[in-house]
Design a protein around this ligand. Sequence first.
Ligand SMILES: [Zn+2]
Length: 394
Amino acid sequence: MHDAFLDSRSKMTSYREFIGTFRELGLKSMTLREIAKAGSFDGMLGLRHDVDHHIERAYLMGRIEADAGAHATYFLLPPGDYDKDENYYGRIVSGAVEHNPEMLALALELTGMGHEIALHNDFLQLSIRTGRPIAELISAEIDWFAKNGIQITGSASHGSTFAARNKISNYEIFAECVRAQNSGRSIPAGKKQFPLNSISMKQLGLEYEAYFIGKSFYISDSGGAVTWPRLNESGTEETFHMEQVDCQAIAGDFKRSPHKGVQALFHADHWQFSDAQAGNEPSLDRLHTARRMARAQGWRSPRARPATLPLGYLESLLSGLSENPRIRLHHFGNVEIDPPCEGEDPRARCAREYTAWAESLTEGRRDASQIHIFVQLSQLQNRDCALIFRPERE
Ligand SMILES: [Zn+2]
């Protein structure tokens, strides 16, 4: 059975159980478009997914929801963040976004399952990268999806480093999304200034911004830690966090809260998928077909930066690799470096070894079919750490 579990800063054993728990309370699972139309979260379970790195993980999440009879909204992020001009969505070429066909194929699979596709908004940064006006870029994306059979009416702000640096939330590009303390501000955008709250969502055909639909019991897995509001002794809400998350505990807090509906923001990037790990689930064929089709057209879905992957993901990847007889894991299970770095910065060492490896590959001194893995983890237990793995030499 399709299911997902979270093994990150918080642990949750079953995504199906999470959906089931809230539907048993009588909440209806609706897309955010439907919830926005209704004008409130009351009586609804709004499953929201911000897709930052992996469309394939979003697809796996979507199948679980479809099996469970739930409908979710997937916010897809155009390229331009994470210091890259390319991501799963596409790439920036001469100021325009070229779309990865795998992204479209899987977005169509998701809408086919009854889910909604919407935009994950980092358009101010994209505008600076491309030199094109924000409204024009958003319109181009909405038109492109429409031409391909997907209607876009919603947007959700992406928490980029760019936005943090400028002390804004990305939704503040929109006239309809005003945060009092920032009103009237302008952000340097290339040679010009971009005035916040100057773009009309309505004129673009956007009907809602996820943070502005209305009040809800807001659950989030941002950074891999599941948080939700809990009433404290004085009767005010505090963001609560649990390492081993119990769905009944969240449901109990919801019942005691003044809220009548739920918005749950989950990033599939943080989750692991039980059938995908087994690797032999027949309904993964559609995903593999989409991936092959994109590759045949010269596309690769770029990997997320290793440091952005949750530790749980890394661990499951490594346990998989440890079963491959061609691979010897020099170190696995703790963060010590073997052999020790002896004064050299682990990041510098990782970079140096990577360069040497890449050169030897180019010069044909190394078998390209061998797997060579460099993994960097930053800030694990408040230390900079690197784990370095090499294939067994034959
Ligand atoms: Zn995001």
